[in-house]
Design a binder for this molecule. Sequence first.
Ligand code: ATP
Ligand code: MG
Length: 244
Amino acid sequence: MQTILSIENLSKVYASGFRALSGVNLDIDRGEIFALLGPNGAGKTTLISIICGIVNASEGHVRVAGHDIVADYRAARSLIGLVPQELTTDSFETVWATVSFSRGLFGKPPNPAYVERVLRDLSLWEKRNNKILTLSGGMKRRVLIAKALAHEPQVLFLDEPTAGVDVELRRDMWELVRGLKASGVTIILTTHYIDEAEEMADRIGVINAGEIMLVERKDALMRKLGRKQLTLQLDAPLGAIPPA
Ligand SMILES: Nc1ncnc2c1ncn2[C@@H]1O[C@H](COP(=O)(O)OP(=O)(O)OP(=O)(O)O)[C@@H](O)[C@H]1O
Ligand SMILES: [Mg+2]
């Protein structure tokens, strides 16, 4: 497996003196879906923010496809897309303008056919000329995904993609992530839910209080957690469960 993202001894102490990350080491393989699982305040957003150049690391190095995120930030960032945890969009722009503009920010030439495909994949095509403030919360989240994909990144970060999303959209989101993986994008998502990690991920990393506690292939981790399920197929319906 080829490593696309390499995190080495990464630490973060915020200006307040709070230590949010301690000595994080992690390699992400090209083409995998990696779920970062952890409770509120574990350091998930901090870790992602450092990789995406929003927060400065206190110690350590990160490389994206060999490009250092500090020394070679332009190359590193052009390979990365981020769907942030908070819904932040320009309310008065249209969906089309926002997504096209985002592509331009990364120095990519206009490609209306590509933007159209992204909007269609995200079921936003009908809304392309709508101002963002006229969209529902779930649609706004999808606009953020479209924005993050606008410059054709190789690595996509989804920071709690299913927070505040209804069951149906959650399923859609999972489908979408699988589709992105199939198109060759490496995906790193954060979640509070073990079932979401189980559903989606090839590997799962557990983070708590700024430290990576374990990183394991999903199947191995699920075996360890000792989950067992027995499905009985009945020939005829049973009125009551027999004592035996
Ligand atoms: N700018 C900041 N200054 C000081 N402390 C911060 C700052 N940003 C985050 N923190 C602290 O760092 C810790 C990790 O925060 P972070 O947002 O990375 O957690 P998280 O794992 O993403 O949590 P959640 O699941 O709630 O999104 C928290 O204790 C938080 O209060
Ligand atoms: Mg967070």
